[in-house]
Design a protein around this ligand. Structure first.
Ligand code: Z5A
Ligand code: MG
Length: 216
């Protein structure tokens, strides 16, 4: 079943390795769309650290709290689901939504832990609003390192990030999704221009098309 979407606007996800510039580009894209008069474009951050679930996730990431691996995976997914009624409502009203990381990060990070198959990792997010465009910001580990050293947060080690990248590559083989790889080593401005043009193309294409359900 597909959800109604009247004045169609797009759901755009930003994914990529650490420090690729997802948050920077998400902000820039929403600002640019707003400046051009697109109706109330909306930026969303799963992991949104403001809800109760988000706060649990945040304390896990900063190592204040230990959570069992399946548990944290389900919490990340729950954090996405708690935003779904609002997302559907906005998309239905014709509001474009940009998400800074989505289910793909969820799957990539948990499956990188080993002992998790991709299929198990995907299940909790099956049926989420399906992005019309997934931008994968590609950046070499060397270039990422130049943007500052890893902090103290969980997952911020290069061996783990390498496994995460391999999981992303598996997910990108899914041709039912509209993945677009972009070169994140470009300047912020050049990358912004490329992303904006891909986003606008997608917003044109999805006019009056129903919103899909992820991995269904
Ligand atoms: N996680 C998970 O396990 N499961 C899930 O379901 C989800 C997430 C959703 C926190 O996520 C952690 O949660 C993350 C994955 C896991 N773990 N790790 N590692 P997060 O999204 O909150 O992570 P973050 O702290 O925002 O980091 P980030 O997303 O990796 O960074 P970014 O957003 O891609 O980059 P940025 O903040 O825009 O830029 C980084 C720096 O580079 C900054 O100083 C910029 O000014 C600079 N920058 C940006 N673009 C450029 C260019 N083009 N040139 C030069 N310098 C640049
Ligand atoms: Mg970020």
């Amino acid at each position: 079943a597909a959800w109604e979407r009247r004045a169609a606007r797009a759901l755009i996800a930003l994914e990529g390795v650490d420090r690729a510039g997802k948050s920077t580009q998400g902000r820039r894209l929403v600002e640019a769309l707003r400046a051009e008069g697109t109706r109330r474009p909306h930026l969303l951050f799963p992991a949104d650290r403001t809800t109760e679930i988000g706060q649990l996730i945040s304390s896990y990431l900063v190592r204040e709290k230990n959570l069992e691996d399946h548990t944290i995976h389900l919490l990340f997914s729950a954090n996405r689901w708690e935003h779904v009624p609002m997302m559907k409502e906005k998309l239905h009203q014709g509001v474009t939504i940009v998400v800074d990381r989505y289910a793909f990060s969820g799957v990539a990070f948990t499956s990188a832990k080993g002992n998790f198959c991709l299929d198990w990792c995907k299940q909790p997010d099956v049926g989420l609003p399906k992005p019309d465009l997934i931008l994968f910001l590609q950046l070499s580990p060397e270039a990422a390192a130049e943007r500052g050293n890893f902090g103290r947060e969980r997952y911020e080690t290069s061996s783990f990030q390498e496994k995460v990248l391999q999981s992303f590559y598996c997910l990108m083989e899914d041709k039912t999704l509209n993945w677009k790889k972009v070169d994140a080593s470009k300047s912020i401005e050049d990358l912004h221009r490329e992303i904006k043009s891909l986003a606008e193309e997608t917003m044109q294409e999805v006019q009056n098309k129903p919103l899909g359900e992820l991995w269904k």
